[in-house]
Design a protein around this ligand. Structure first.
Ligand code: HAM
Length: 392
């Protein structure tokens, strides 16, 4: 979380907290033809007879808030929170999952697509994940998608008997969902289906080219995935997914997102293009586990204070360091020196500040580098300066 916040705040995204439930209509814009709305929404009536739903995803709420409050654009927001989907629980698929994500509204500049996809990729890198596939596609817009959907419908109509039970009856209504279906019957039947990339209008094709060129210039290893249509209906143009090949293939997306240039309008706002992504925290953790990238706990603090005087030194020094903007922790329960050092090692801190009887009597503190073992005795009054110097 902290790494995510640091990464996206450095790119100008501010925290937005949206409510955990809203009027069901907000989420219906996600797409009436999607599983998320049709089958998985936790909707209910409250005591005032309002039809509400627990948030199944983060984008619709942020865009609703944007439409309501009309902040200046570009509006760049990040969020973290629970989402609820009535799904069959299994490894990596939960009825309550948590996402971190960003949404950026107010421009359809392809450079923003590059920024957003690259941010998602960087978040994975920051966590230490090396084996992440960045899959991208373009879904076109109102100018070119209808003709593509016609071509896809015609293709599917000729193969309707080969589709899975669910999609045999629904292929004509929402043909893109068939491309998204993971069942072997649909996968086989759509193997040679028309590709949207071959049907993009000139502006959408130029936009997509610019996004790909920008991502390659940044060294993001993108892979074109013509079947990537995503499970929500609001997407236009760029769509992407971050997949961990180390996870079970049906639940291996650790994140996904894309453009939604019509969503603000459909929620009653002015025409405002937007793009964003959401990442599943549980899936990110599963991927970290699979790559074994958490060998040592994260160093949440810089300094661990070891105090064997059983007086107030640890309390005072930890407070002083924290006030100076330095992360500091200490042990409790009057533990032995050995036990405090063990805890200091486990904390991931770089430095230990040690205060024993001698230091207390001499108004000094011992500063130990927990990696090299080097240590020095410094005057207590100059402790913060010495710590700062060693950490820099
Ligand atoms: P989504 O692909 O539905 O997109 O979800 C984003 C991520 O949340 C997935 O890639 C996955 O890691 C995680 N996730 C989704 N459902 C579950 C579940 N049942 N259990 C565990 N993890 C899950 C969205 O929600 C869009 N709002 C993303 C977006 C933001 N598009 C534009 N802006």
């Amino acid at each position: 979380m902290a790494r995510f916040a640091g990464r996206v705040e450095r790119a100008g995204y501010g925290l937005v907290l949206s409510p955990m439930f809203e009027e069901v209509g907000v989420f219906e814009r996600v797409g009436e033809g999607t599983d998320v709305v049709r089958k998985e929404m936790y909707d209910f009536e409250d005591k005032g007879g309002r039809h509400l739903a627990l948030r199944p995803e983060g984008t619709a709420s942020v865009v609703r808030a944007f439409v309501q409050h009309r902040p200046p654009v570009p509006f760049k927001a990040w969020y973290v929170g629970p989402n609820f989907r009535y799904e069959r629980p299994q490894a990596g698929r939960f009825r309550q999952h948590h996402q971190v994500g960003v949404e950026a509204l107010g421009t359809d500049d392809a450079d923003l697509d590059v920024e957003v996809v690259a941010l998602a990729w960087s978040v994975c890198r920051d966590l230490g994940l090396e084996r992440i596939d960045v899959l991208v596609n373009s879904l076109g817009n109102d100018a070119c998608r209808p003709a593509y959907l016609d071509a896809l419908r015609t293709y599917l109509a000729e193969r309707v008997d080969q589709l899975c039970d669910e999609h045999r009856s629904r292929a004509a209504e929402n043909p893109l969902r068939v491309l998204d279906c993971k069942r072997p019957a649909c996968r086989e039947a759509t193997h040679d289906a028309p590709r949207i990339a071959d049907h993009l209008c000139d502006p959408c094709a130029a936009h997509f080219e610019k996004v790909l060129a920008g991502l390659r210039a940044l060294g993001v290893p993108v892979r074109l995935e013509p079947r990537l249509v995503r499970g929500l209906d609001y997407y236009t143009r760029t769509t992407f997914e971050l997949a961990a090949p180390t996870l079970d293939s049906a639940q291996n997306a650790v994140g996904g997102g894309g453009r939604y240039d019509k969503l603000a309008e459909s929620l009653g706002g002015p025409a405002t293009p937007g793009i964003g992504f959401g990442m599943g925290i549980e899936r990110l953790l599963l991927a970290c586990d699979a790559e074994n990238v958490f060998p040592v706990p994260d160093g949440a603090v810089d300094v661990f204070v070891v105090d064997t005087t059983k007086e107030s030194a640890a309390t005072l020094i930890a407070a002083e360091l924290r006030d100076a903007g330095i992360g500091a922790d200490r042990a409790f329960d009057g533990r032995s020196m050995r036990s405090q050092f063990k805890q200091a090692d486990r904390s991931g801190a770089r430095l230990a500040v040690i205060v024993g009887e001698r230091e207390a009597a001499e108004a000094t503190a011992t500063l130990r580098d927990l990696r090299s073992g080097d240590q020095e005795v410094v005057p207590r009054a100059e402790l913060v300066d010495h710590v700062r110097k060693q950490l820099s």
